[in-house]
Write a protein that binds this ligand. Structure first.
Ligand code: ITT
Length: 188
């Protein structure tokens, strides 16, 4: 059990979608959380947990109260794990169209979506990870979505994340597993 003095942990990110999907999960597990928008410093590493912990340290330094942050990566088998820890950069540069072009003609479309949630309260620093396996669709599918949602199809499903309703996406996502591991440690 690890509660903050005011019993609320700040979820710090420049990406509001992460928080919107984390909120119902954390609330359901008894964790009080609020959103704090910030663009955090990202160190270079191939490991999401290392990046996430550094981001959490940066976030704690700015806020001075307990924080969680999230770092995600889409690891595509046929591309040797690219874009992985560089997924945000790849989306901003080559975009989904660029990723689909790189996979053009590839018979192997397997990918893993991974999340690391890191907690920092100034003295303790922890990371919790989870992954979901799936495939990259041949084309973008789904209307209301963000990030890689239109091209990621989790194993056992035929819909992309973007074609799912919010509850189904949350139930199937990489983020939820990492949040559950965090909540188990944090809220006991
Ligand atoms: P931060 O401020 O929290 O760092 P960010 O968007 O830069 O926000 P990351 O560095 O963790 O986040 O980059 C992960 C990339 O993967 C980013 O482009 C996200 O849009 C994308 N992504 C992560 N989770 C996703 C999900 O559930 N569905 C679609 N795209 C996702």
């Amino acid at each position: 059990m690890r509660r903050s003095s005011d019993d609320t942990v700040r979820f710090v990110s420049s990406n509001r979608h992460k928080y919107d999907e984390a909120l119902p999960v954390l609330r359901g597990l008894g964790v009080r959380v609020e959103y704090e928008r910030a663009s955090l410093q990202e160190i270079q590493s191939d490991e999401l947990a290392i990046i996430a912990r550094a981001k959490a340290r940066d976030a704690y330094g700015r806020l001075g109260r307990p924080v969680i942050v999230e770092d995600d990566g889409l690891f595509i088998e046929a591309l040797g794990g690219f874009p992985g820890a560089y997924s945000s950069y790849a989306l901003r540069t080559i975009g989904i169209a660029g990723i689909l072009r790189l996979l053009d003609g590839s018979g192997d479309r397997r990918a893993t979506f991974s999340a690391a949630i890191a907690y920092d309260d100034g003295s303790e620093s922890r990371a919790f990870e989870a992954s979901v396996r799936g495939v990259i669709s041949e084309v973008s599918r789904g209307e209301k979505s963000w990030g890689y949602d239109p091209v990621f199809v989790p194993d056992g499903q035929d819909k992309t994340f973007a074609e799912m309703g919010p509850d189904q996406k949350i139930g199937a996502s990489h983020r939820t597993g990492a949040l559950k591991a965090f909540a188990k440690w944090y809220a006991g």
